[in-house]
Ligand binder design. Structure first.
Ligand code: NAD
Length: 268
């Protein structure tokens, strides 16, 4: 049995994970952590959401450190914000508990903090936990390789109006997949175009973001050639597949040796 603590448990992804966990075998919800100051400590989960089966009486805390001291935990799942990633990674490393991070918009400092924790505990970070997106990434690599440099690559993503980072972590990952196949780096990424920008540089990989409504997440990778065009598209129709992926990752990570992992490791 893998005992899971969900950080950001009242957020959109936190709620999706809590609702999904009861449908999974071998996983148990051990606790939930909310943003500091969001509530008085010790309130029952049922005060905020219908308790999942087996989750009755479960306590919410606003302190991951205290939660890990009080609650026997195997893996922490964190879908929150980049501002708390480094602190949460250090707390998990100190407690010797595995960490699955789905938060996007991480900068260099946060990634380094995850890697530092990964020297002591297993850490998995994936900007998108869905299986479809993992396969899309492989397809993008293959297509970029086969089509070669004569084709212009653009990544378009659409998300709901409350999303805080742009471009999405998934769009960046897809651009990285294409770049990797072509031997290019992030210096070829273009996230803004406006005014007299001149002709498109040959090796540029464009990333465009639309925001609005309730769109859960759509990503399209365009390969634009002379007289023809290819499009690869992924549309998330619910948060269920992200939650399923995060829980699959948590089950996989439990008892793995210290190291820095991605969803590709889980699926392979
Ligand atoms: P959300 O705003 O609905 O939820 C985030 C929650 O985290 C909020 O409830 C907030 O109060 C809480 N939080 C913030 N700081 C905290 C802290 N220090 N301690 C505890 N809780 C804290 O956002 P969301 O849609 O659930 O997305 C969360 C993150 O996950 C975003 O970065 C988003 O881009 C990412 N995301 C990743 C995937 C994936 O598959 N990897 C899928 C969807 C969303």
């Amino acid at each position: 049995m893998t005992r899971v603590v969900v950080v950001g448990v009242l957020g959109r992804m936190g709620q999706a994970i809590v609702q999904r966990i009861s449908k999974e075998t071998g996983l148990q919800l051990a606790g939930g952590v909310v943003e500091r100051g969001a509530l008085g400590p010790g309130k029952p989960l049922s005060a905020f959401m219908p308790p999942p089966p087996g989750g009755e009486g479960l306590c919410l805390l606003d302190d991951l450190g205290k939660c890990l001291t009080d609650t026997p935990t195997d893996v922490v799942i964190d879908f929150t914000a980049p501002t708390c990633t480094a602190v949460h990674a250090a707390l998990c490393a100190q407690a010797g508990v595995g960490l699955v991070v789905g938060t996007t918009g991480l900068g260099e400092a946060e990634r380094e903090a995850l890697k530092a924790a990964a020297a002591r505990i297993p850490v998995l970070w994936a900007p998108n936990m869905s299986i479809g997106i993992q396969v899309l990434g492989l397809a993008v690599q293959e297509m970029a390789r086969r089509l070669g440099e004569g084709w212009d690559i653009e990544v378009l993503e659409i998300h709901h109006k409350r999303k805080k980072d742009a471009p999405s972590g998934t769009a960046l990952k897809l651009a990285e997949d294409a770049a990797k196949a072509l031997g290019l780096g992030a210096q070829h990424f273009c996230t803004q175009r406006s005014g007299m920008i001149g002709e498109r540089p040959a090796k540029e990989i464009g990333l465009q973001s639309l925001r609005g409504g309730e769109v859960i997440g759509e990503h399209t990778v365009y390969f634009l050639g002379e007289g023809e065009r290819l499009e690869l598209r992924h549309c998330a129709q619910s948060r269920e597949q992200f939650a399923q992926g995060a829980l699959r990752a948590a089950r996989w990570l439990h008892a793995k040796p210290a190291g820095f992992y991605g969803m590709g490791d889980v699926l392979s």
